[in-house]
Design a protein around this ligand. Structure first.
Ligand SMILES: Cc1cc2nc3c(=O)[nH]c(=O)nc-3n(C[C@H](O)[C@H](O)[C@H](O)COP(=O)(O)OP(=O)(O)OC[C@H]3O[C@@H](n4cnc5c(N)ncnc54)[C@H](O)[C@@H]3O)c2cc1C
Length: 455
């Protein structure tokens, strides 16, 4: 039985209070819109999430520049970061990567408070169970709270419920072209991480490092993210589709970790796991009456699994597009289309290149990467470009030099060529993202044909 029904009191309902949800809700409230945020967690646990805790600085600046929202500070920050490194057994390369490791819970609670101070109403302990669709538009949600179902309606619904994607997964098939319901296992990474306290200072000051090792199934890695001189967030993950090993993920992780630190060197402060969507954003993130932001729209970088920053940024873009749509009185999939354009411009290209790089890493594995780095076949600049989602241009002469260095492992050269070609195609394709939904089907075909894989 439905306990209460609220009719169109809100401009927008945001489902989920993670970084995408609080960013969307906060930004909408700053645009003077009436916003309801619903989360299944208790109020004081919103924002708490098992994570690697790394957050790039550029993403946090978007809300600071738009509305003056304070950057992470005080006890929200575990450590300020300067470098991202890629290491193999014997080689390590580092790049500038300003950012933070954060305490997700403390930072998430502050963002929630900022949203409430800006006027957002929050309903916690409320699990969204159903989506209301009428006249081909999403009109509201039904949620369970205190064992009773409640119904609430609004002009727009933002699905920010993370990998659960509770709204997206309940939309009828073909409700909005370009948006899939369930993710296949090859588009999901499963992961496990611990936060450990060491007896001695570790060797990763101001640094996050991705270690590609023989022990970790490709394209996975062991990550070491500093949380202070003696604390590390360490974890691993790989594709769900490839999780067919005799040992558990935790056992594989521990075996790899103990090559760096023996069990007597550290104590485990906390541990946990989770799933991460790793694919470029869906080809469209808008539907009649709403949109997807953060992980619900697959905004995580496929290679590095960074999703916190993209969730914050996509929440802001979502609010800008929803505010515009309300102003012009068109809340259709097309009326919200500017959101797709902004996301594809910002993340489409770089995450598509990152996704191509992921397939490359999967094929060459840790020892393959070590060989390429040791002989300088992939230069630091090329590796940095790949990680940044930039196109790597490799001319004929460079290929010749690489061919000489790579002798006799020419198979690797072909893989590098496939990586470079694939990245180039993604740049071209994402720059041609259509200005309205009419040409979307053609664009999707072009994209999938480019590398012969449907994604
Ligand atoms: C082990 C691990 C390590 C990671 N490491 C990093 C890292 O170092 N750096 C980085 O940038 N990213 C990392 N990520 C990814 C990052 O955590 C996510 O990309 C980010 O939290 C996504 O934000 P979001 O707001 O989209 O979703 P979430 O943070 O997952 O928030 C979703 C919210 O929706 C709520 N919700 C879900 N279902 C319902 C429902 N039915 N009804 C009501 N509410 C609901 C949840 O309670 C939650 O509060 C990692 C992820 C994992 C699992």
């Amino acid at each position: 039985m439905i306990k209460s029904v609220l009719v169109s009191e809100y401009d927008c309902i945001v489902v989920g209070g993670g970084p995408a949800g609080v960013s969307t809700a906060y930004s909408m409230a700053k645009f003077n819109r009436k916003v309801l945020l619903v989360d299944r967690k208790s109020h004081d646990n919103i924002g708490n999430k098992t994570c690697g805790d790394a957050l790039d600085m550029a993403s946090t600046k978007i809300l600071y520049e738009a509305f003056g929202l304070e950057l992470p500070n005080g006890d929200e920050v575990s450590e300020y970061l300067k470098f991202l490194s890629v290491e193999t057994k014997d080689v390590k390369v580092s790049f500038n990567a300003p950012g933070y490791t954060v305490d997700r819970h403390i930072f998430g609670q502050r963002l929630l408070k900022e949203a409430e101070d800006a006027g957002v109403t929050v309903i916690s302990n409320a699990t969204v169970r159903e989506v209301i669709i009428e006249d081909n538009y999403v009109k509201g949600i039904k949620y369970l709270k205190n064992k009773e179902m409640h119904e609430v309606r609004a002009k727009l619904i933002a699905d920010c419920s993370g990998t659960q994607a509770v709204i997206r997964n309940k939309l009828p098939d073909n409700f909005s072209l370009g948006m899939r319901k369930k993710l296949p296992d090859e588009h999901i990474a499963i992961s496990f991480r611990e936060i450990i306290e060491l007896k001695e200072d570790h060797e990763y000051p101001q640094e996050i490092s991705l270690a590609y090792l023989e022990d970790i199934p490709p394209p996975g890695y062991l990550w070491f993210f500093t949380k202070g001189p003696k604390k590390l967030n360490v974890g691993t993950g790989w594709l769900k589709s490839e999780n067919t090993f005799d040992k558990s993920m935790k056992e594989i992780y521990k075996d790899a970790l103990h090559k760096y630190f023996s069990p007597e060197d550290y104590t485990v402060l906390t541990h946990g796991g989770g799933q991460i969507p790793i694919r470029p954003p869906y080809d469209s993130l808008t539907f009649n009456g709403g949109l997807l932001a953060g992980e619900a729209g697959c905004m995580t970088d496929p290679t590095t699994a960074e999703g916190h920053g993209p969730a914050l940024v996509s929440g802001y873009y979502a609010a800008v597009a929803m505010n515009e749509a309300l102003d012009k009185g068109d809340i259709s999939r097309e009326g919200l289309w500017n959101y797709n354009i902004e996301i594809m411009k910002h993340y489409g290209k770089i995450h598509a290149i990152s996704w191509v790089a992921l397939q490359f890493l999967r094929e060459i594995n840790g020892p393959g990467l070590e060989f390429l780095l040791k002989r300088n076949i992939i230069t630091n600049a090329e590796l940095e470009a790949i990680l940044d989602g930039d196109m790597v241009s490799v001319g004929f002469f460079t290929i010749l030099v690489k061919a000489m260095k790579i002798f006799p492992r020419f198979g690797l050269l072909l893989k590098i060529k496939k990586l470079v070609d694939g990245a180039g195609k993604m740049v071209d394709i994402y720059e041609k993202y259509p200005a309205n939904p009419d040409k979307l089907a053609d664009w999707i075909r072009l994209k999938n044909d480019a590398i012969g894989v449907e994604f």
